[in-house]
Design a protein around this ligand. Structure first.
Ligand SMILES: *[C@@H]1O[C@H](CO)[C@@H](O)[C@H](O)[C@H]1NC(C)=O
Ligand SMILES: *[C@@H]1O[C@H](CO)[C@@H](O)[C@H](O)[C@H]1NC(C)=O
Ligand SMILES: *[C@@H]1O[C@H](CO)[C@@H](O)[C@H](O)[C@H]1NC(C)=O
Length: 403
């Protein structure tokens, strides 16, 4: 297992300046101008829609990205750039998630983000059976998003639809999660709270979901405290340490010669820094899209659970505060600099310049004690990340090169 805590790297690579909260760039070219329900009497374009506009408004009003076509080549890792939106209600000129596909969904509203996670039969939306999936986010190789032209809205924070800039989503054939970051604090930007580089760690770790693997076959809508930003471990003295996925790559120096570098270290944290408390949870029996799937016609205006229309099976003040500090999380010094030797302690195959498959699979497996889905690496994104990392860690490269 090869992971790292690099206390000093975050400061170099994720400046805590004010990040963007609401989106100012153009909406994707295949998206409707604004999110909206399809009118009664219209048809959902289930096979040819290329809308990439997600909304996350509540337990039964959200969208996820999935492949545009079925087939063995439609692994999430292959189609990240061209995935399209599938929604739980007829909206956004997007496709619909068939009733029954989603076997669990859990919505959480926090002061700084909204989040949905759960389990589904992703084969109903073109994901090949067994696909461990991947991570989608607004960045991607060309910073146009993964998928390109993918955009997100929520009406939860303000009561009306707002396009937000930072989000992240993990999708596999049997599970999903999506976080849209809607506000920032003094020390946690939306970019940090929707961090998008821990792309093989999966929903439970990245989104700090304590009960993830026992959350199938249930539906809840909760308020919650914000989770720690993915990979960040606030320390008692007020500093934070950060863990990064192991990555080995090459760079070309000014003189034109190629060298190798590795970031990441040998220790995989077993859990996020802590699991945030949830409150005001309401449990529902299921969700449904309300569309006549015989012909995909919209026969009635969508009914939403959150408006109290149907389906609540229990509600209560069930405030639950989970263990405030996970046991077994990586301990690391909170001192400011990582010893260069930490970068060289793991033997790195010097002939391989790319992420190795074994790294990806073993790393991901370590995160899912129940053996559920791992996530494939988002290579395009890592390429993007590395561009900035190489600059940031220039001073360390000399030590790293000895690998
Ligand atoms: C759409 O997504 C792109 C890529 O992430 C982003 O730059 C742009 O601001 C977004 N636009 C809207 C309207 O959300
Ligand atoms: C979730 O539950 C459904 C049954 O409702 C089952 O088919 C599916 O395999 C379960 N998913 C996981 C990841 O256990
Ligand atoms: C941000 O600040 C709050 C309190 O001011 C602190 O509890 C939290 O750990 C900090 N978060 C990070 C990621 O540094």
């Amino acid at each position: 297992m090869i992971w790292v805590l690099i206390p000093s790297l975050t400061a170099l690579t994720i400046p805590l300046v004010s990040a963007q909260v609401t989106a100012t760039g153009p909406n994707g070219p295949t998206n409707p101008e604004a999110p909206s329900f399809l009118p009664v009497g219209s048809l959902v374009d289930q096979s040819a829609s290329f809308s990439r506009l997600l909304s996350l408004n509540g337990l039964d009003d959200f969208c996820l990205f999935a492949p545009p076509e079925a087939g063995p080549d439609s692994l999430i890792g292959n189609v990240e750039a061209i995935a399209v939106a599938y929604c739980t209600k007829p909206r956004n000129a997007a496709r619909i998630i068939p009733d029954g596909a989603i076997t669990a969904a859990h919505f959480i509203r926090t002061p700084t983000y909204v989040q949905i996670y759960g389990f589904w039969d992703g084969t109903k939306v073109n994901i090949p059976s067994g696909d461990a999936g991947g991570e989608l986010d607004p960045h991607g190789a060309e910073n146009l998003g993964n998928p390109m032209g993918g955009n997100v809205t929520s009406n939860v924070p303000t009561g009306s639809d707002v396009f937000y800039e930072e989000w992240m989503s993990f999708i596999s054939y049997d599970q999903f999660c999506l976080r849209i970051c809607t506000a920032q604090t003094n020390n946690v930007t939306t970019a940090l709270q929707c961090e998008h580089e821990l792309d093989i760690m999966g929903c439970q770790f990245v989104m700090a979901i304590d009960d993830f693997y026992s959350a199938n076959n249930s539906f809840t809508s909760c308020d919650g405290d914000p989770a720690p930003p993915p990979g960040l471990y606030p320390q008692a003295d007020g500093s934070t340490s950060t863990f990064r996925q192991r990555y080995t790559g090459t760079y070309v120096d000014g003189a034109g010669s190629t060298g190798m570098f590795t970031v990441g270290q040998t220790v995989t944290p077993s859990a996020p820094a802590y699991y945030p408390a949830k409150s005001n949870c309401v449990t529902y029996s299921s969700i449904s899209n309300g569309v006549n799937t015989a012909d995909y016609s919209v026969t009635a205006a969508p009914q939403l659970l959150v408006s109290g229309s149907t389906g609540a099976v229990s509600s209560g003040p069930s405030t639950s505060s989970f263990s405030s500090r996970a046991t077994g999380s990586v301990s690391s010094s909170s001192t400011a600099s990582a010893s260069p030797s930490r970068f060289t302690s793991e033997p790195t195959p010097s002939t391989s310049a790319s992420t190795t498959a074994s790294t990806a699979s073993s790393g991901a497996a370590a995160q899912s004690s129940t053996g559920a889905a791992s996530m494939t690496r988002d290579l395009a994104n890592e390429g993007f990340l590395l561009g900035s990392l190489v600059g940031g860690i220039g001073v360390l490269v000399g030590a790293i090169l000895s690998n």
